[in-house]
Design a protein around this ligand. Structure first.
Ligand code: 13P
Length: 238
């Protein structure tokens, strides 16, 4: 029984408003009917945010938000837009925002502190690119420590996610040994729950969640199909 594991689905730039609503309704029925009490978080795109009628324990979060109540920040959303739907969970520091959207550690930590001060549940992502992994364990540790710069690692509503960049969306999952080793490094820096992310799928989720020091999974690609998500939750439950 692994039901205390945290399972999170990051839709990224996938799903529409309609398909997100259908997905959430189907997942909610599955969880309610099968007594799935695993904490499940869904991060749909902004356009899909709504006041969902949820019977199970599903929590809806956002993939990003700007550290403001409202204002002139073209293309961003702030607290006023989140409050409308009762959203109090946010993903910060995802590698795609760090590398593609060029968010700096300084900005990421500012965002973290702003949402922390408002009591948000923060899913905070860290993870090294391939060249750092190839440089060895010390280089990885230094890189991860830098990604925690300015972050209150004892924050009670913090959930950490270790997502090695080279494993995201590549089908190249980190081995259980590597996850265990890296999680131990991160656990020495924070005692908050620590998820693994990077090509998690039905075929490997059982093994990954059995790794000592792995408190759950943050899933991209394999979470986008409801059937695949349900398969993973069945494995988590069994
Ligand atoms: P994949 O599961 O597609 O590798 O993505 C992981 C991820 O980035 C979740 O935030």
């Amino acid at each position: 029984m692994m039901s205390s594991k945290i399972i999170a689905a990051n839709f990224k730039t996938n799903h529409t408003r309609r398909s997100s609503a259908e997905y959430i309704a189907r997942l909610d029925s599955f969880m309610a009917e099968n007594g799935v009490d695993t904490p499940v978080y869904i991060f749909p795109p902004f356009t899909a945010l709504d006041s969902f009628d949820i019977k199970s324990g599903i929590k809806i979060g956002v993939q990003n938000a700007y550290p403001t109540v409202k204002g002139s920040f073209t293309g961003e959303i702030g607290l006023e837009q989140l409050d409308e739907f009762g959203i109090d969970t946010v993903l910060i520091g995802h590698s795609e925002r760090r590398h593609i959207l060029k968010e700096s550690q300084e900005f990421i930590s500012e965002k973290f502190t702003w949402f922390k001060e408002r009591g948000f549940c923060i899913f905070y992502c860290i993870g090294e690119p391939l060249e750092v992994r190839e440089a060895g364990d010390d280089a990885v540790r230094r890189y991860l420590v830098e990604q925690l710069d300015g972050i209150d690692t004892r924050y009670e509503n913090l959930i950490l996610a270790y997502e090695p960049v080279w494993a995201i969306g590549t089908g190249k999952t980190a081995t259980p040994e590597l996850i265990e080793k890296t999680h131990a490094t991160i656990k020495a820096l924070s005692d908050r729950p620590l998820l693994y992310g990077g090509s998690v799928k039905p075929a490997n989720i059982g093994e990954i969640l059995s790794v000592p020091g792995c408190d759950g999974a943050l899933i991209g690609t394999a979470s986008w199909e409801i059937s695949s998500m349900v398969s993973m939750l069945e494995i988590v439950k069994s």
